[in-house]
Design a protein around this ligand. Structure first.
Ligand SMILES: [Fe+2]
Ligand SMILES: [Fe+2]
Length: 239
């Protein structure tokens, strides 16, 4: 149960239903932006008691449907990330690129921000593809093998990297770079708000970008705040 002192990252971890609510209220819960709920509510001029009551209700609606990420095997979490979050990026990135290209052709002379957004999307696509590939081919198998070795023989994995903390640090640095690019896109697009005279493609593009941003936040939260800390703890507690 959340208290005013619980951090937004802890609440997001323990009450998955809170994530959509935080997004709706504009409260950060990930990537170093987590803070005590009371402080976050103060910053957004929200009543902490009403937010806690809403959190409790949101939890009741879906309790029992979402996995408890703090208890699921790491292998299951890795598989879930690949099948849902990575699959979403692979399907959505080409669509975003093509919408951006279309808009740049039509409107970039009067709206220079569209060209900048398109460049950021192209560079994000290259970076994300490489990032997902490394997680799927290197880091997630490393974590899964470590967990299996510990379960089967009580031994920690000795393949490759030494401590799992090392590849995780590199991966989290990449998350920061990816997050910084999304922040730039958010700023250039005025928080995904199209201008008054925008065409339907533009509306569609910003709606898709907003969804992508929110999906990416959930994805990075599951890796940064659930999977990686649990993998490091598992590794280090077995020496
Ligand atoms: Fe990932
Ligand atoms: Fe990642």
């Amino acid at each position: 149960m959340a208290t005013p002192q619980s951090t937004t990252a802890d609440i997001a971890l323990n009450q998955p239903a809170s994530v959509r609510m935080f997004e709706k209220l504009g409260i950060d819960y990930c990537c170093g932006e987590s803070k005590p709920l009371a402080e976050a509510c103060r910053e957004h001029s929200l009543n902490v008691k009403s937010v806690m009551a809403e959190l409790d209700n949101a939890g009741k609606e879906i309790r029992g449907k979402d996995p408890n990420w703090a208890a699921e095997p790491l292998e299951f979490i890795c598989k879930h990330i690949v099948e849902t979050h990575h699959a979403y990026i692979l399907a959505e990135m080409p669509r975003l690129s093509s919408l951006a290209r279309k808009l740049v052709l039509r409107h970039s002379e009067a709206h220079l921000e569209l060209g900048k957004i398109q460049e950021l999307i192209e560079s994000l696509a290259v970076e994300l593809l490489l990032h997902l590939h490394k997680e799927e081919m290197v880091l997630f198998p490393f974590i899964t093998n470590m967990e299996r070795n510990i379960a089967n023989r009580g031994l920690r994995s000795l393949d490759g990297f030494g401590a799992v903390r090392n590849p995780i640090r590199v991966t989290m640095d990449e998350h920061d770079t990816i997050g910084a690019k999304m922040t730039e896109i958010r700023t250039l697009s005025h928080n995904f708000a199209p201008p008054e005279d925008a065409c339907p493609t533009w509306h569609n593009f910003y709606r898709a970008l907003a969804e992508f941003d929110s999906e990416l936040n959930r994805h990075l939260h599951l890796e940064n705040d659930v999977l990686f800390p649990r993998a490091i703890e598992m590794d280090e507690s077995w020496g």
